[in-house]
Design a protein around this ligand. Structure first.
Ligand code: FES
Ligand SMILES: [Fe+2]
Length: 332
């Protein structure tokens, strides 16, 4: 069977928020590889992190006109990873092995995405509202969790944990039953919608109010989800969570929200504070799950109808992992 790294190398994964990448090269990690990301005149370049000469960390180097210059002896690499200059012997041909592995990179939705494969197996998610100027966005700090990317997505998609794990933030312990809901499947993802009687935080000692909220979950395989919230009392907003796999047991999640631009003054503060509290509840639960790796079949855990969204999502990820088409019978 293909390794985890091999199976998911063929997809786009984010490695940095665009706003973090300025003139300094940035370190990044993806599927067991250490990378360096830097800005070129025409876009973004991503190569292996360590210099082909003597293994220096290229994140300590500098971006110059010709490319990325190592700080140890000044060897300079173009965005295709090819060494273009060796200052200690400028008139001698450059050895063919003076080369860094380089990868495809693209910038979209305020993120830098990398595919370790020459030909990505699927396109990026389609989130047009982020490109037509109709919304403002705010990003959370990076979420580096000791969980597999698949388990991370599952806790975001889990409609049955809200009243348990999120007690004290928005969970409503009085609502334990999950009414039936549908899951739409496609070759690129899954989609579902539920209504949940969230508890809005109490203000000034008043009892918390029930805020009937419609949640719409839209996954793009393997590890991206757009989740929109339409509450009755609070502001409509949408969160985007993209788990970038470092290994089978560890990931970095890029998490941000979009909201109406008129809310720009107040929304970031409210959103960041409440979302961090909610995600900390999720982190404590997810990091303690066992096994850490996202299960590759349905036999080791027990599944019920209320879990349909996470079941369907897992079915799709297993298919990708095994190299099978995503279509097929739904799990029981
Ligand atoms: S180690 Fe990078 S130039 Fe020598
Ligand atoms: Fe959660």
């Amino acid at each position: 069977m293909r390794s985890y790294e091999e199976a998911f190398s063929a997809y786009w994964h984010p490695v940095a928020f665009s706003h973090e990448l300025k003139e300094r090269p940035l370190p990044a990690r993806l599927l067991g590889r250490e990378l360096v990301v830097w800005r070129t005149g025409s876009g973004v370049a991503v190569t292996q992190r360590y210099c082909a000469h003597r293994g220096a960390d290229l994140c300590r180097g500098a971006v110059v006109e010709q490319g990325l210059r190592c700080g140890f002896h000044g060897w300079t690499y173009g965005q295709d990873g090819q060494c273009v200059h060796i200052p200690s012997q400028p008139s001698v041909p450059i050895p063919p092995r003076a080369l860094l592995a380089s990868y495809r990179a693209t910038e979209r939705y305020g993120l830098i995405w990398v595919s370790l494969a020459a030909e990505p197996a699927a396109p990026l998610p389609e989130w047009p509202e982020l490109e037509d100027g109709s919304v403002a966005t705010v990003a959370l700090p990076l979420l580096d969790w000791n969980v597999s990317a698949g388990r991370m997505l599952e806790i975001v998609l889990d409609v049955t944990h809200l009243s348990w794990v999120h007690e004290g933030t928005f969970g409503n312990p009085a609502q334990q039953e999950v009414p039936p809901y549908d899951v739409e499947r496609s070759p690129h993802g899954v989609r579902a919608q539920i209504t949940y009687p969230a508890l809005a935080p109490s203000i000034g000692g008043a009892p918390p109010k029930v805020d009937r909220t419609t949640l719409t979950y839209e996954v793009t395989y393997p590890f991206a989800v757009r989740l929109s919230f339409k509450p009755t009392l609070f502001f409509k907003h949408t969160v985007y969570a993209i788990a970038s796999p470092w290994s089978e047991e560890k990931m970095r999640c890029f998490y941000f929200s979009s909201y109406h631009p008129n809310l720009k003054k107040m929304f970031p503060d409210i959103f960041v504070k409440s979302e961090l509290a909610i995600l900390e509840q999720d982190r404590l639960t997810a990091e303690a799950q066992h096994p850490k790796a996202h299960p590759l079949d349905f036999s080791g855990e027990v599944h019920v109808k209320a879990d349909r969204l996470t079941n369907e999502y897992r079915r799709g990820v297993i298919a990708l992992r095994l190299g099978h088409p995503v279509e097929g019978p739904a799990p029981d």
